[in-house]
Design a protein around this ligand. Structure first.
Ligand SMILES: *Cc1c(COP(=O)(O)O)cnc(C)c1O
Length: 399
């Protein structure tokens, strides 16, 4: 049986995906679905997008051979350094692409949702650069927890809109952003921060992040004489850095995918964000996918030490990669992630984001053949996570 892992014409990956949206947004989402490929493939878009990726983001990001980490895990390990991008993570690749697309569609107002604030900061950054008004919806709980990012967004000229309903976190911020979009369907473009939401968002975001695997192919070819690794490791929140890492290898069976989701305090603890391990099918924020929910279908509040991984759903592509066995999914606890972060810092002098540390935690647990070539995407840098790491000093810095 030939399986494709690319989205079908109805917006599905197997049983997952689709576009479940309020009536008032049908025209918008259909318009976007009809034009995103044409615009993204046009020389005019590509010229501006590629130039900004190069000169503004700093791409290509290095593929770094991590010698001491390789010795530790017993394989040849390369790190794809998305942590070195402007604003400190992969999210800017997507925000730039969507705002450029919005402009070409004649939209004059940008909205976005944010949890920890990383997507909000990336989008506010691009809106400052391209002179677009930007409104970022953020739960009040998250505003209190991530005040520095709120101030950064305001300094960049964005309006941070506090969301007071529900648990006042990412899920509620997303609902509010969708509500705003319903009220302003003609002039507003909704920049979604991961491979989630109604079709065509998951595919659009995967394509905008696919620059990651495009670069890995070229970089491996020059370093190893072949353009593919044996393994790719990435963390999955909504799934965008992983989708970008896997994209140009989806149909190459020689490359094995290992996705790391957040097990929080443990799979059985009731305090986790391991959507693929624990989720059941349902519809969230416009698509059918796996969701952490109660037996009667209420979405449960996820938990992870890493703010970027505690989303109760998962991008439909990743639900499908897991269901078909194309990707192996590891649930990594807070503790395993933090251990991996301290290990990487001492072995390579790189402080990774807590999200990325989950991918590194999965790497540390894995058994390899010594000749295996492994690429781990370091989705972001750890500066934002220093308060969490400092809390762990008593455990990890004793001799
Ligand atoms: C947001 C974020 C993630 C999780 O998002 P994905 O869409 O799953 O990539 C991972 N790493 C970092 C550094 C982030 O900021």
């Amino acid at each position: 049986m030939h399986t494709t892992f690319h989205v079908d014409s109805d917006g599905y990956y197997g049983p997952y995906g689709g576009a479940f949206i309020p009536e008032i947004l049908h025209k918008n989402v259909e318009e976007l679905g009809a034009c995103y490929l044409n615009i993204m493939n046009s020389p005019d878009f590509q010229d501006e997008y590629q130039e900004l990726l190069r000169d503004y983001v700093g791409r290509p990001s290095p593929l770094y051979y991590a010698r001491r980490l390789s010795e530790r895990v017993g394989a040849k390990v390369y790190l794809k350094r998305e942590d070195l991008n402007h604003t400190g993570a992969h999210k800017i690749n997507n925000s730039i692409g969507q705002v450029l697309l919005a402009r070409r569609m004649g939209k004059t107002r940008i909205i976005a949702e944010t949890g920890a604030g990383q997507h909000g900061v990336a989008t506010a950054t691009v809106c400052a650069l391209l002179d677009m008004p930007c409104f970022v919806f953020m739960g009040e709980t998250d505003i209190a927890r991530q005040y520095l990012n709120v101030q950064k967004m305001e300094m960049l000229g964005a309006t941070v809109v506090p969301v007071t309903c529900g648990n006042k976190t990412l899920k509620d911020a997303t609902n509010e952003a969708i509500r705003d979009w319903c009220c302003n369907p003609s002039d507003t473009f909704y920049v979604i921060g991961s491979t989630i939401g109604p079709h065509p968002y998951p595919d659009m975001v995967a394509r905008l992040q696919s620059v990651i695997s495009e670069e890995i192919k070229k970089q491996l070819l020059s370093k190893e004489g072949r353009d593919y690794p044996d393994y790719l490791f990435a963390c999955v929140g909504g799934g965008s850095n992983a989708a970008g890492t896997y994209y140009h290898y989806l149909e190459n069976d020689k490359v094995k995918f290992v996705s790391a989701e957040a097990a929080g305090l443990g799979l059985e603890s009731g305090q986790s964000a391991a959507t693929i391990h624990l989720g059941r099918e349902g519809v969230i924020h416009g698509c059918r996918t796996l969701i952490i929910q109660t037996p009667d279908g209420q979405i449960e509040e996820p938990y992870s030490i890493s703010a970027g991984l505690d989303y109760p759903g998962i991008g439909p592509l990743h639900a499908y990669l897991a269901k078909t066995g194309r990707a192996r999914v590891e649930a990594i606890t807070d503790q395993e992630a933090v251990e991996a972060a301290f290990a990487l810092t001492r072995l390579e002098g790189i402080v990774p984001a807590l999200e990325s540390s989950h991918a590194l935690g999965a790497l540390m647990k894995f058994r390899f053949n010594p000749e295996d070539i492994v690429v781990v995407t370091v989705s972001g840098r750890g500066d934002k996570d220093m308060p969490a790491y400092i809390e762990q000093f008593p455990t990890f810095l004793k001799r």
